[in-house]
Design a protein around this ligand. Structure first.
Ligand code: GTQ
Ligand code: FE2
Length: 366
């Protein structure tokens, strides 16, 4: 892409140069100026596009999958949400993967581990459990749980009647982009869980106190499950003392209680509350975000396009896309769960942010 600007690549094609480029390609080489303007964009040019997946459209198909394939044949019975611009890497946005996973009553999946990190946000069903490194976590609707890189995990549904559906979030496209993924099936196919369920929560979930004299040197949070009850209470408490962010309302991050930092080194997660009728101001930043509507109804405007959402809809905001959120209910709050790649962006010093103003030339808001 030629740009006629001093400081950018602006070489005109000639028959002589065409011959030269052909000669280079024979030796697996190319002239930088033929690609420079593409590989050094003025600002981020995500291939991912803003996309929303409606739960009412996907749920019947997710339910159908539960009858079409056995868990043991599928490994995990999950329906991946694919960004139209990133079919090449099975991503929902940027280098983040997401899927809707379903487990039938009394079903359990086999234990495995991988270099990719994972997280779960529970949508429906009361009997969900996941064993992470021997800790059996019991999780219900709107609970959040993590499966850090390299940890053994397997899931199941202890319920008698209803399926469990939850949203998976993984950094699979990232780890594959770095050519660093590994996968193993557990040598015993299933883990033997410890005697006490939810032990990571019992040990580290108090929030205002932490076990004294205990050391933890891993990069991920020793707290593996984050119940909705405490999460929602934290938002309500925060709303009493804070106006919140002009771009996000009352927003709180799920944290590693040892460091106060993100739950895993590659992915972070938030829960935010938009108060009745609240609408936020547009901004944009580097980093990709996958949203799940945990509660209520409203809309978001992403790069000028409006997306109306309600409970369990999922939508994505690509890096550097303008976005703003609104709660359309005058009487009830709305809550958005989200996960992101911010820990990577931040640890590599790649965070950039801009607040929308009317005279910004790039993207008018509809
Ligand atoms: O539940 O362990 O959606 O390994 C993709 C990869 C879920 C899982 C996914 C996985 C899992
Ligand atoms: Fe897995």
């Amino acid at each position: 892409m030629k740009e006629d600007i001093l400081g950018r690549a602006r070489v005109d094609d000639t028959p002589e140069l065409q011959e030269f480029y052909k000669a280079l390609s024979k030796f697996d080489a190319t002239a930088l100026w033929t690609v420079a303007n593409d590989i050094e964009p003025w600002y981020p040019q995500p291939k991912s596009v803003p996309t929303m997946w409606r739960y009412e459209e996907l749920r019947p198909l997710v339910l159908e999958s539960a009858h079409l394939v056995e868990g043991d044949d599928a490994g995990r019975r999950a329906i991946s949400l694919i960004n139209p611009g990133r079919q090449d890497v099975t991503s929902a946005v940027g280098l983040l993967f997401t899927a809707l996973q379903i487990m039938n009553p009394q079903e359990s999946m086999t234990a495995h581990r991988h270099a990719a990190s994972a997280l779960r946000f529970v949508i429906e069903g009361e009997g969900a459990w996941t064993i992470v490194e021997g800790d059996r976590l019991r999780v219900g609707p709107n609970d959040f749980a993590i499966t850090p890189s390299g940890t053994w995990h397997e899931h199941g549904n202890a319920g008698e009647t209803d399926p469990v559906i939850w949203q998976d979030g993984l950094d699979i496209p990232l780890v594959n982009a770095l050519d660093a993924n590994f996968y193993e099936v557990h040598p015993d196919v299933y883990q033997t869980p410890g005697e006490v369920d939810n032990s990571s929560f019992l040990e580290h979930g108090a929030g205002i106190l932490k076990p004294a004299g205990r050391t933890w040197s891993k990069r991920y949070s020793p707290l593996l499950a984050f119940p909705w009850e405490q999460t929602y209470a934290a938002l309500e408490m925060q709303a009493k003392v804070s106006e919140g962010s002009p771009h996000d309302g009352i927003i709180m991050e799920y944290v590693n209680p040892v460091t106060g930092g993100s739950v895993m080194p590659t992915m972070g997660a938030h829960m935010q509350m938009l108060r009745p009728d609240e609408s936020t101001k547009a901004h944009r930043h580097t980093g990709s975000v996958v949203y799940h509507v945990a509660k209520g109804k409203g809309h978001s405007i992403i790069n000028g396009q409006r997306y109306d959402w309600k409970e369990h809809d999922i939508f994505v905001v690509p890096s550097w896309a303008w976005h703003e959120h609104a709660n359309d209910d005058p009487n009830n709050d709305a809550c958005l769960f989200s996960f992101n790649d911010f820990p990577m962006i931040n640890s590599l010093d790649l965070w950039a942010e801009a607040v929308y103003t009317e005279n910004d030339g790039h993207q008018p808001v509809a």
